[in-house]
Design a protein around this ligand. Sequence first.
Ligand SMILES: Nc1ncnc2c1ncn2[C@@H]1O[C@H](COP(=O)(O)OP(=O)(O)OP(=O)(O)O)[C@@H](O)[C@H]1O
Ligand SMILES: [Mg+2]
Length: 142
Amino acid sequence: MEEYFPFSTSSVAETVAFGRRLGEHLHPGDVVALHGDLGTGKTHLVKGVAATAGVEIDSVSSPTFSIVNEYPGTSHIVHFDLYRIKTNRELVELGFEEYLDRDAIIILEWPEMAHLFLPDNAIHIRIEHTGGDTRIFRLADS
Ligand SMILES: Nc1ncnc2c1ncn2[C@@H]1O[C@H](COP(=O)(O)OP(=O)(O)OP(=O)(O)O)[C@@H](O)[C@H]1O
Ligand SMILES: [Mg+2]
């Protein structure tokens, strides 16, 4: 696995701002997989992406129980949290593959379970918590 462009933030606001910058480069059809442990800032990155599409930041939260949230913005955003998904069958029953065909920006927390379903051109971001409020984001090819 190759990793590129380490980018670090040292506050929630910086992570949201980074998400906004990322969002400016995303279009419907893009799939973004956010890899990182609990509390690394995945949801705050999504808040920034959603804000770029005109979505109210406070309406964005981890869909840990609902599995998927949708935000209608200037681009439609589909936000998954697959933390509780344990089998491919659960993903299929959720209609995961159909979501990928939607004309939307798809952004996933805990994407590991969906690995086999993700397109080759998915954008992977690996997030590391290095202590305190510092988070390091690395673009990766898988
Ligand atoms: N630089 C930073 N960027 C983002 N969040 C930060 C940062 N520094 C501290 N935090 C804190 O880390 C937590 C990140 O929460 P967030 O919900 O975004 O994480 P998550 O990766 O989505 O977690 P989960 O896997 O539980 O959904 C928040 O409590 C936030 O206040
Ligand atoms: Mg989250």
